[in-house]
Design a protein around this ligand. Structure first.
Ligand code: NCD
Length: 298
C-alpha cells in the first residue's frame, strides 16, 4: 500500500464496485475477462477468507485457478521458496497470489520469477488486499472516506492488516488512531498523522469506524498482556464500549475472531457490524486486483 497513490486506490475501489454488482446479481457469475489466464494461490500460512476469495475471484473472471497449501505440497519436503516459485512459473502461470510467514517474501518473489505477484500477507509486514477491502467496506457503508475517524484496536505491532490499513486510510484522508497496550504498539513509530492511545475509551470517542484486530497469538512472544481476561476487560470491544462511538459507527474485524477476547459476540452480530460485508467485499476487491493486474477487459 505504501506505493499506492490516492488515484490508484480510487481505481481499485471503482473497479470493485462494478464487480460487486456481478457477485450480487445472482445467477451466472462467470465472466470471460481473464479467460486463458492461469493463477496459482501459494499459501504457506493458514487462510480461509483470503485464499477462498482470491480463488473465487479468479474463477468468476474466467481464469484457471489452482491453490497450493504448504501441508499438501513439496514445501513439506523442504523445497526452497525460489524453487517452488520457479516450478510454478514453468507451468505457464500468469499470476501468483502469495502468503508467507516471512516479511518480504512477496517482494523476493518479484525478483526471482516473471509472473505478477500479489501479496496476500507476508508475516507481520503487509496485507494490501485486506486494506483495500476495508476501505471499500467503509466507503460502501458511509458514502465517503475523507474526514472519517477510524480507531484500530489491538495487536498493532504484529498486525500486517494495521500496517497496510494505515497507508491506505491516511492516503484517502481518514483520521487514524491506534489503541492497545503499550507492548502492542510499534516501538519505532514511523507513521505520520496517526494518534496513539493507551486508553481505549479515549480513543473511541466520536469514532466513525472501529477496526478490531485479532490478537496474533502465533506471532507474539508470551507476556504482551497480563492474561486474556485482562485483555478482554481493557481492550475488548463489547456493547458497553460501543456506547462511546458514534451511533452509526461501523465495526470491522478482518477475521478470524478470538470471540470473547478482542471482540464479544454481541459486537460481532450487532447492527453496526460490517464484518460479514467485509467478506463479500473481499471477493469484489480481489476481482478488481486480478483484472487490473492481468489486463482483463474494463
Ligand atoms: C488476517 C491475516 O491473515 O492477516 N486475516 C485475513 O486475511 N482475513 C488477519 C488475521 O489473521 O488476524
Amino acid at each position: 500500500m505504501e506505493n499506492f497513490s490516492a488515484d490508484d486506490i480510487r481505481l481499485v475501489l471503482n473497479t470493485a464496485r462494478k464487480f460487486k454488482q456481478v457477485i450480487r446479481r445472482g445467477g451466472d457469475k462467470k465472466l470471460s475477462n481473464l479467460r486463458g489466464k492461469a493463477i496459482v494461490n501459494l499459501f504457506y500460512e493458514p487462510s480461509t477468507r483470503t485464499r477462498t476469495s482470491f480463488e473465487l475471484a479468479g474463477k468468476y473472471l474466467g481464469a484457471d485457478v489452482v491453490s497450493i497449501t504448504s501441508g499438501t505440497s513439496s514445501i513439506v519436503k523442504g523445497e526452497s521458496l525460489r524453487d517452488t516459485l520457479r516450478t510454478i512459473e514453468a507451468m505457464g502461470t500468469d499470476a501468483i497470489v502469495m502468503r508467507h510467514k516471512s516479511e518480504g517474501a512477496a517482494d523476493f518473489a518479484t525478483r526471482v520469477v516473471k509472473p505478477i505477484i500479489i501479496n496476500a500477507g507476508d508475516g507481520a509486514h503487509a496485507h494490501p488486499s485486506q486494506a483495500l477491502l476495508d476501505l471499500f467496506t467503509i466507503e460502501q457503508a458511509k458514502g465517503r472516506l475523507a474526514g472519517l475517524k477510524v480507531v484500530i484496536v489491538g495487536d498493532i505491532l504484529h498486525s500486517r492488516v494495521a500496517r497496510s490499513d494505515v497507508y491506505a486510510m491516511t492516503r484517502m484522508g481518514m483520521e487514524v488512531h491506534f489503541a492497545g497496550f503499550k507492548t502492542m504498539l510499534p516501538r519505532f513509530f514511523d507513521f505520520d498523522g496517526v494518534t496513539i492511545h493507551e486508553s481505549l475509551d479515549d480513543a473511541l470517542k466520536n469514532a466513525d469506524v472501529v477496526n478490531v484486530l485479532r490478537i496474533q497469538l502465533e506471532r507474539q512472544q508470551a507476556g504482551l498482556f497480563p492474561s486474556t481476561r485482562e485483555y478482554a476487560r481493557v481492550f475488548g470491544i463489547n456493547e458497553d464500549r460501543l456506547r462511546l462511538v458514534k451511533d452509526d459507527a461501523l465495526i470491522l474485524h478482518p477475521g478470524p475472531q478470538n470471540k470473547g477476547l478482542e471482540i464479544s459476540s454481541e459486537a460481532t452480530y450487532c447492527e453496526r457490524s460490517a464484518i460479514h460485508d467485509q467478506v463479500q467485499n473481499g471477493v469484489a476487491i480481489r476481482m478488481a486486483l486480478l483484472n487490473l493486474t492481468l489486463g482483463g477487459a474494463a
